[in-house]
Design a binder for this molecule. Structure first.
Ligand code: PBG
Length: 307
């Protein structure tokens, strides 16, 4: 009877697996079970996730330290690690899944910020936008079906849409990280991408104390033409997610971030949590709050459980 009356059943096709591609592959100690894939392994890892039934893949590039510069130019270089990774995955899986790319400079800059810096050291919103456009076009050329601006620069969705259209990529969609909070739960991700960040992102990411502002940020991205909007992190922001889902006329995604993953993995390893039950509950709650799409490092495993 519980099955008969269940309200939420997450389909594997609603899940997106974030993946890391790197010239220096290896394990990520704070994210057990997640790898930085080398170019030679990323295609088979993608094929395996697609075979399990995930709805999409979100690729992040991790450049070598000596490939970083103050502008993050490997972010839009044709032979940048992310573009090479996208090509390898698209060649392998074609249109069998939705291939997404993280459109942000922080992995590629020596200072680790998501944009160009002013001489005073703060992020220069407007100067950064042109780089995001170049990056989005490079990602579309490399085979991304969806670009995902995650740097929280104002105007990024509008500029990227115009840039993609101008370059002939009218069909490339934009998943906007609309409400993205300056969260402590990105900690393990920074290890995953070997981030050089010093300081924090509080001049462009949101204050965790602000609920109304999350909705406002999402509304701006909707007005600029986002094809999907995202709330991030997920589990601690279910109220924001619920607000956004109530007004959005496009699909709403939520990103269960690295720290949310690491906490459950760490506790489960000590026998303090029932891993499968905790993972299931955490992702079901995100869908219940209104997410149509969930980005989660457990996507492939969940897809096999929920076939
Ligand atoms: C920015 C970006 C971050 C994450 C996804 N995109 C890091 C940040 O904003 O500091 C975090 C994802 C996670 O923690 O799993 N490119």
């Amino acid at each position: 009877m519980r099955r008969l009356v269940r309200e939420i059943e997450v389909r594997p096709s609603q899940l997106v697996l974030p993946m890391f591609v790197s010239d220096a592959p290896g394990e990520i100690s704070s994210m057990p079970g997640v790898r930085r894939h080398g170019l030679d392994e990323i295609a088979s890892a993608a094929e395996s996730a697609v075979a399990a039934g995930v709805g999409g893949l979100m690729l992040f590039g991790v450049p070598a330290d000596d490939a970083k510069d103050d502008q993050g130019s490997q972010g839009w270089a044709e032979d940048g690690i992310l573009q090479r990774g996208l090509r390898a995955v698209r060649d392998a899986v074609g249109d069998d899944t939705v291939l997404m790319a993280d459109t942000c400079l922080d992995e590629f800059t020596t200072h680790g910020h998501c944009g160009f810096l002013t001489p005073e050291g703060t992020v220069d919103n407007d100067a950064t936008l042109a780089a995001y456009v170049s990056m989005a076009v490079a990602q579309a050329e490399a085979g991304a079906h969806v670009v995902s601006p995650s740097g929280m620069m104002d105007g990024q969705v509008e500029q990227i849409r115009a840039g993609l259209d101008g370059a002939g990529f009218q069909d490339t969609a934009i998943l906007a990280y609309a409400a993205k909070y300056a969260s402590a739960f990105y900690g393990p991700f920074r290890e995953a991408v070997a981030s050089s960040l010093e300081g924090d992102r509080r001049t462009y990411q949101q204050d965790p104390a602000n609920r109304r502002e999350g909705l406002r940020e999402a509304e701006l991205d909707l007005a600029e033409g986002a094809d999907m909007v995202m709330v991030k992190p997920a589990g601690y922001y279910l109220d924001v997610l619920n607000d956004v889902a109530a007004v959005s006329d496009v699909p709403v995604a939520a990103y269960q971030v690295s720290g949310e993953y690491a906490m459950i993995e760490a506790a489960a390893r000590r026998g303090w949590l029932d891993r499968r039950a905790a993972v299931t509950e955490s992702v079901t709650a995100i869908a219940r709050a209104g997410a149509d799409i969930v980005l989660t490092y457990w996507a492939e495993e969940l897809a096999t459980w929920w076939k």
